[in-house]
Design a protein around this ligand. Structure first.
Ligand code: PGA
Length: 255
């Protein structure tokens, strides 16, 4: 299927940045810059900023997401927030399996799968992150690692539910380092993920799935990455904290 038939999704991942007041100010700055975008625009923000973000983005083209969610509906899980709570708060998107969760907070392929299941049960749209570490790339294990992460996370996910899944390929060595994967490297893995989805489901599902690249995507390199046939958008960290930079990436995705 022609890439042009998939709507690109540019998503910001604010990580642990911005207070509620800063959230309102930054979204107010972004709104006119991304108005009428030819792609979907999502901002994933810290839990504490969600209400401020929803309020600030109301009536605009910007949709809001959380950066994680727990797999249980409720219970004794101090510090966690459930998918059910996000849904009730009116949050449509959630990032699951970000490499910083995997690296620093003990997230495993199994906990990622459980979170995916909970989010799907609530009808949330998921940005599912996968990606290899530098040592894994050097050991020529990229395809193996990314396939395993994707396959486990999607186990039990139906073809119908795949409509709510976006996959973000984020090589860990490119995140926050300023070192971007080359468009060829990013395309190779995104293409591999699409082929895997075709094997797990069918070519229709594979053709319809949005696959993003993430890892030091910025206003300078976005256009070249987004021009690749299997890269349908980006998950943007650092550059999503600056309105003008984020707007340039959104613009590039619409072309
Ligand atoms: P970065 O982060 O754009 O700052 O590299 C991307 C991400 O972690 O999603």
């Amino acid at each position: 299927m022609n890439k042009a038939l998939r709507t690109p999704v540019i998503a910001g991942n604010w990580k642990m940045n911005n207070t509620p007041d800063e959230t309102k100010a930054l979204i107010a700055e972004m709104k006119p810059l991304v108005a009428g975008a030819d792609c979907k625009v999502v901002l994933c923000v810290p839990y504490i900023d969600l209400y401020a973000a929803l309020e600030a983005a109301a009536g605009s083209d910007i949709e809001i997401g959380a950066e994680n969610c727990h797999w249980a509906e409720k219970g004794a899980f101090t510090g966690e927030v459930s998918a059910k709570m996000l849904k009730a708060a009116g949050v449509p998107y959630v990032i699951i399996g970000h490499s910083e969760r995997r690296q620093y907070f003990g997230e495993t392929d199994i906990t990622v799968r459980n979170r995916v299941r909970a989010a799907l049960n609530e009808g949330l749209k998921i940005i599912l992150c996968v990606g290899e570490m530098l040592a894994e790339r050097k050991a020529d294990m990229t395809a193996e690692i990314v396939s395993a992460q994707t396959e486990v996370a999607l186990s039990g996910v139906t073809a119908e539910e795949m409509k709510n899944i976006i996959i973000a390929y984020e090589p860990v060595w490119a995140i926050g380092t300023g070192e971007t994967a080359t468009p060829e490297q990013a395309q190779e893995v995104c293409g591999m993920i699409r082929a895997l989805i075709a094997r797990l489901y069918n070519s229709e599902v594979a053709d319809a799935t949005v696959i993003q690249y993430g890892g030091s995507m910025n206003e300078k390199n976005a256009a070249e990455l987004l021009a690749k046939p299997d890269i349908d958008g980006g998950l943007i960290g650092g550059a999503s904290l600056v309105a003008e930079k984020f707007a340039v990436i959104v613009e590039a995705a619409g072309k």
